[in-house]
Write a new protein. Structure first.
Length: 326
């Protein structure tokens, strides 16, 4: 199913980018350029060709592994993505880790102690997490922890300007700092990563908490859970060994989809915190009417979603042998 899905996304994205306001030829040449020079640029980039010919040329370009050229940076899209993707990946992994560390225990406790104060708190936090706009939350956290309290550095970039980035190994500043033993860079990287990761994790945290709670409530009422308790197993063993494993399958689907959404949807957070990732890069491309990076980002997001769904489906069989594919 990935093949027709990706093909459809390529076509839809291509058409949508062509109806964006603004003339890319004028953006390249400048508003004061002579008409004949603008026409030459249109011809050079193929903007004057019929839409179906432009689409065909773009498809052939993709089959050659060429994602295009980003004229607003002067580099190929592939090289821009390679330099910026580690920043987005690090932010996504950090936000997913924060979401799971909070959501999984909170959902389990809320389900095992239904209608308790913890359960009520989890439901309130879930509503807040899904309803509060992340751009407003980001600005609020910046105002509080940077402007008012001064606990964290200016929300600009991945590391303070007066500190050298760690030795490049993986492109992930936290991992590279640990691998190279650069504790100064590690501390600065963690301080810069904390606020954007918390903001980006809120929605995922709320959704996973609700899903864990709902799944656990359903599993707790099953006969095998009562049997495990009747055999004299401790409540902790019953909840974590029998209940949690069986409640993870529907939750795993949500986690996989949320991870894909975080990878492709960090645009707002990266813009607010001046995070040099793919999201801010695509924002710059939209403002510059630069087609190639927008199309490439959509294509890569679609492929990542497909791969994540595939991994999730394979993990079903690991968690529950009854659904293994023979």
């Amino acid at each position: 199913m990935m093949i027709p899905s990706v093909a459809g996304i390529i076509i839809i994205t291509f058409i949508l980018t062509r109806v964006l306001p603004g003339d890319p030829a004028l953006m390249i040449t400048g508003e004061q350029a002579l008409p004949e020079f603008v026409d030459k640029v249109r011809e050079e980039y193929g903007f004057n060709e019929p839409l179906f010919i432009q689409l065909w040329d773009y498809m052939k370009q993709l089959f050659r592994g060429d994602l295009g050229f980003a004229w607003h940076t002067g580099h190929s899209v592939a090289s821009d993505f390679a330099s910026r993707f580690p920043a987005t990946l690090e932010l996504t992994l950090a936000s997913m880790a924060i979401a799971l560390i909070v959501a999984v225990p909170l959902g389990i406790v809320a389900a095992s102690k239904q209608n308790s104060i913890v359960d009520h708190i989890s439901r309130v936090l879930s509503i807040i997490g899904t309803s509060v706009p992340i751009f407003w939350l980001g600005l609020l956290l910046i105002t509080l922890f940077y402007s008012k309290l001064g606990w964290l550095p200016a929300p600009i970039g991945r590391i303070s300007g007066n500190i050298n980035p760690p030795t490049h190994i993986t492109g992930l500043y936290i991992a590279d700092s640990l691998l190279s033993g650069d504790l100064v860079a590690l501390k600065s990287s963690l301080h810069h990563l904390l606020l954007p990761a918390i903001c980006l994790s809120m929605s995922t945290m709320a959704i996973v908490t609700k899903m864990i709670r709902a799944s656990m409530l359903e599993v707790i009422r099953q006969d095998f859970m009562r049997t495990a308790k009747a055999k004299g197993l401790s409540e902790r063993a019953v909840i974590y060994k029998h209940g949690l494993i069986n409640s993870l399958i529907p939750t795993l689907t949500v986690i996989g989809l949320q991870f894909g959404a975080l990878l492709g949807g960090a645009v707002i957070i990266e813009t607010i915190f001046v995070w040099p990732g793919i999201g801010s890069y695509v924002t710059e491309s939209i403002l510059s009417a630069d087609y190639a990076p927008i199309q490439a980002m959509t294509l890569i997001s679609a492929v990542l979603y497909g791969l994540i769904n595939l991994v999730v489906e394979l993990l079903y069989g690991v968690l529950d042998p009854r659904v293994r594919y023979e």
